[in-house]
Design a protein around this ligand. Structure first.
Ligand code: NDP
Length: 449
């Protein structure tokens, strides 16, 4: 194992997020490799960490002043053993190769867990949509797709949204793809309802996270009713996690953005959540405005001098990190435990550093890794692809019911895999092993490719 990780580090120098994701998977699947040396012989792991291909391209565009701006675009086509590449596009200034490779690697196992035929991919750009006009975002998206269109397709690679890419960006990307290819097909998911989007897709990741958390609590005879919950983020995943938590009778006391967080001890109401949705999705404002409007809430700006995030330092029962990677460090994990948190369910991708993961696992609280807990988003994207292919659309109830049933099935698959390979109750091992086995078996069957 150490030898493998060392080689991986040598061939991917400085890619810390990617190496972090690989290390976690490799640690989990060791018992599988011990029991199945055929995977070792066929160098399955070595092949899994090497993307099928990486596309990097220039994205030039004109801002509103008529000045030329240049960003970098990426698409990582990681693994197509079980289906066309599938995974979101992220527009954020922090985007780099390491972050997109970690996301594409995680996506491969997550997609396998959904039971749908989808391979793993991810892409994006260091473009920052924040503070840009709609026209600037449109021109950027059109330029981005002018290169990307030759690498994607309904049977090849089907991108979706992620941080900084919502319905607006997907619409502009889709429009440009259609113009260039002269075909109307489901090449992107997360589309608006009027041109092939699926009901429940915007809600799916957050709802799925909460369905998964309920399943975990049920193993201990508990429910979400009355539980005090810390939620980070105020974007797509955080909003619908909060919405479903309220529907299940829980109390949401925090939400955040990259500038700071709000703490509402009495719990955010449905009306207040609607305000946050309008603030973020329509006005594209900052979460600090919430505390200006609702005086009983506290606003705490980010303090770069602190080596922990105070959002995770409040008394609570459950924590739902829904902002970004590595937002829970070792100190935050310890603070969560100190404050009585007994469930951590990850909405964001890889929000906990490896040391933090170990602290949570050692404590034996309920801890769900993102690749299982937030799989509802891509699952529903898969359902959007099915509806597009069939040229029909399912009702809200039908999509939600498929989402709920599949989240239960993913939970069961994790529990079973962890039990079979000797770490019962460990959802990290369970998710990694169940995802790995499906992809590995497909790769074995397809020969050395
Ligand atoms: P959004 O862009 O809608 O929201 C992201 C939220 O996180 C915003 O509140 C943003 O604040 C905050 N945020 C982003 N980057 C940082 C940062 N570096 N530090 C602090 N806060 C940050 O994205 P999503 O809700 O779609 O995605 C959130 C997470 O969920 C990501 O990890 C994503 O990969 C994952 N995910 C998303 C899925 C989906 O369906 N959308 C599916 C599966 C996983 P600000 O506005 O200030 O930038």
């Amino acid at each position: 194992m150490e030898d493998f990780l060392k080689k991986c580090e040598e061939s991917n120098p400085g890619e810390k997020e990617f190496l972090q994701a690989v290390t976690e998977v490799v640690k989990s699947v060791k018992p599988v490799l011990d029991r199945h040396p055929e995977y070792l012989k066929e160098k399955i792991l070595e092949r899994m960490v090497e993307p099928d291909r990486i596309i990097i391209f220039r994205v030039p565009w004109l801002d509103d002043k008529g000045e030329v701006q240049v960003n970098r675009g990426y698409r990582i086509q990681m693994n197509s053993a079980i289906g066309p590449y599938k995974g979101g596009l992220r527009f954020h200034p922090s985007v780099n190769l390491s972050i997109l490779k970690f996301l594409a690697f995680e996506q491969t196992f997550k997609n396998a867990l959904t039971t749908l035929p989808m391979g793993g991919g991810k892409g994006g750009s260091n473009f920052d949509p924040k503070g840009k006009s709609d026209r600037e975002v449109m021109r950027f998206c059109q330029s981005f797709m002018t290169e990307l269109f030759r690498h994607v397709g309904q049977f090849t690679d089907v991108p979706a949204g992620d941080i900084g890419v919502g319905a607006r960006e997907i619409g502009y990307l889709f429009g440009q793809y259609k113009r260039l290819q002269n075909e109307f097909v489901g090449v992107l998911t997360g589309k608006s309802l009027s041109f092939g989007g699926s009901l429940i897709r915007p809600e799916a990741t957050g709802y799925g996270v909460v369905y998964f958390a309920s399943e975990m609590l049920a193993t201990r005879g508990e429910t979400l009713e009355g539980k005090v919950c810390l939620v980070s983020g105020a974007g797509n995943v955080a909003q619908y996690t909060a919405e479903k938590l309220l529907a299940f009778g829980a109390k949401v006391v925090t939400m955040s953005d990259s500038n700071g967080y709000i703490y509402a001890e009495q719990g955010i109401t449905r009306e207040q959540l609607a305000y946050i949705m309008e603030l973020k999705n329509v006005r594209r404002g900052r979460i600090s405005e919430y505390a200006e409007k609702y005086k009983d809430a506290l606003y705490v700006p980010v303090d770069p001098a602190k080596d922990y995030n105070p959002l995770w330092d409040h008394k609570a029962d459950c924590a739902f990190p829904c902002a970004t990677q590595n937002e829970i460090n070792a100190k935050d994990a310890a603070n969560l435990l100190k404050n009585g948190v007994s469930l951590v369910c990850e909405g964001a991708n890889m929000p906990t550093v490896l040391e933090g993961v170990d602290i949570l696992l050692d404590s034996k609280i309920l801890y769900a890794p993102s690749k299982a807990a937030n799989a509802g988003g891509v699952l529903t994207s898969g359902l959007e692809m099915s509806q597009n292919s069939m040229r029909l659309s399912w009702t809200r109830e039908e999509v939600d019911s498929r989402l709920h049933t599949t989240m239960k099935a993913i939970h069961k698959a994790c529990v079973n895999a962890a039990e079979t390979y000797g770490t019962p109750g460990n959802y990290v091992d369970g998710a990694n092993i169940a995802g790995f086995l499906k992809v590995a078996d497909a790769m074995m069957a397809q020969g050395i490719v």
